[in-house]
Write a protein that binds this ligand. Structure first.
Ligand code: FE2
Ligand code: FE2
Length: 259
């Protein structure tokens, strides 16, 4: 089985590059299942029902989220209708049933989860390690072969520690949130891991945001609205191959396509 995981889709540039490349990438890499992080897909913060439907219709099977999960109010209201959306268990707004998804493919059964880091992450009040233990306990009845974790966190060490500690059951740990792809993809003690998958969003930007605005905000200390950069985008993702007999990952490959 081959899974394409797409990094944080940021705004319209991100959505456009995904829709223009998705079909050919799925053909080229013989993809069976596609998962994307959509926490920035609606103008940089959150997701809307319309964009959720658009991404699913374009061929993304599941959408994971992050600290911006509830940035658009309609998500909390309509989440029961968004059955392919997986949200972080340890978000401070945690009354949501969509915090895991059981996925079956041929004779494989795995559980997709989305967990937040706590370092420099105001939207989380529970460590990723504690949160994952709870999710494991609550999903043990499904007797899954392994967990596929989108670990949405700021710091490199927090993500690596997670993979090192949970490698027995979390056979895939992909980092998201920083929007910058790291070059450390590897199979670590049986776990397919990358610190950060990177983003799909405007290349001429500061992690997807308008460059001049980030200067105004951070250096000139001006009040600004949150403006997403426009223009040609970078596409970042990884392809993970799972041995269906042994039920383990055998490879993880980075994809990075610049404009
Ligand atoms: Fe993000
Ligand atoms: Fe994030």
């Amino acid at each position: 089985m081959r899974i394409l995981f797409i990094g944080d889709i940021v705004g319209k540039s991100g959505r456009d590059i995904v829709s223009s490349l998705l079909y050919s990438l799925k053909q080229q890499y013989k993809i069976d299942l596609t998962i994307a992080n959509g926490e920035n897909s609606a103008h940089g913060k959150g997701i809307t029902r319309k964009i959720y439907k658009q991404l699913i219709n374009e061929g993304i099977d599941y959408i994971t989220m992050g600290n911006h999960t509830y940035s658009k109010n309609e998500v909390a209201e309509y989440i029961s209708q968004m059955d392919r959306l997986v949200v972080p268990y340890n978000h401070i707004k945690r009354n949501c049933p969509n915090y895991y998804k059981i996925i079956e493919f041929n004779n494989l059964r795995f559980c997709l989860v989305n967990i937040l880091g706590t370092v420099l992450m105001g939207e989380s009040d529970m460590s990723p390690y504690e949160a994952f233990e709870i999710v494991k306990k609550e999903t043990e009845k499904y007797d899954v072969d392994f967990y596929f974790v989108d670990l949405h966190a700021e710091t490199t060490a927090e993500k690596r520690i997670f993979a090192e500690y949970f490698h027995d059951c979390a056979k895939v740990v992909v980092g998201t949130h920083t929007h910058v792809q790291t070059a450390d993809e590897d199979i670590i003690k049986g776990c397919a891991f990358i610190t950060d998958v990177g983003m799909c969003g405007a290349y001429d930007s500061v992690i997807g945001r308008d460059v001049s605005e980030t200067i105004k905000t951070n250096i000139e200390k001006q009040k600004t609205v949150y403006t997403i950069a426009e223009g040609p985008a970078i596409f970042c993702g990884v392809v993970i191959e799972i041995d269906e007999e042994k039920k383990i990952p055998v490879s993880i490959e980075r994809i990075q396509i610049r404009p």
